[in-house]
Design a binder for this molecule. Sequence first.
Ligand SMILES: [Zn+2]
Length: 343
Amino acid sequence: MKFYPPSCPYSACSSQGAAPFQYQRKGRYRRKCDGRLIPRFLCGVCGRQFSSQTFRFTFRYRRPNLRLQLFQLLTAKVTMRQAARILGCSRDTVDRLHRKMGRICREYHQIHLQVNRGRVVGTFQLDELETFETHRLARPVTVPVLIERRSYFVLHTEAAPMGPRGRLNPAAQKRKDTDEALYGKRRSGSRQAVKRTLKLLREVLPEDQPLNLQTDRKSTYRSLAREIFQGCLGSHVRESSRRRRDYRNVLFPINHTLAMMRDGISRLVRRSWGASKQRERLEDHMAIWVAYRNYVRGITVVAPQTTPAMSLGIMDKPADACEILAWRWPKQMTPRPAKQARF
Ligand SMILES: [Zn+2]
């Protein structure tokens, strides 16, 4: 496929944001890692040269396929250290790729939500998963997860701090005291996180569409749903979290999604050495998993070719890691190819 540069890749170039972008084709070169021919360009404004590779995720990578292998491992319960051993690279490399993949996967998902703003319909389920960063008792973390019920499409996940748990053992108490001396009191961000999650839902739903929400009986869900959706709150089914969590439970899809997250994301596995050290990195890891869950993996093993995104009607075929991790700036790259300008 022919490559059309959307803009000059240098952020300091004054052509940024100016349309149409003026450039010239400037030959090709052979890429060292696999011998492919890569087209070169010349910016009509700053006069700097760049190639299609400058825009790619793998820009200046010696092992461009490493990210694809890492994508498979990070969505299959493999810890970061073990991934480094399996791939034969350093832990720093895994760490760097993990951050970058987190950002790119998040952007990829956001673009799809943005493009389909006002077109996402269905019944939505919200619940929170509990985990921690470094210390289970002193630094708990809550993870609100919002899905569409029928398609199992994950609309949003994020990680927010929670206050230390009630009764702490001496070690946890010590950790809590050190934390408080350093960062101040650890307060719960659960309410704000759920609020952000519901606001996002408000944006993607059609204007006239009433919200059909299903949650457990936590009182904040009801008050926040009423606050954000006001008159457009169609129905809010509230199931007791004590009810058996089997297929007949109304909340089966969200319970199943949380179980899949615990099964696929190494740092969410209970009683594991691979638990999160920083919740920001948990967010990166979840962004990678969400991209895999929504756009790559089939909804069930019975229908491996139908992804949640296809079932929701926002995509017509499954994506693969290669497509998700193609560009350094997916937000810039998604628009259709612009015509080549002459100068
Ligand atoms: Zn330029």
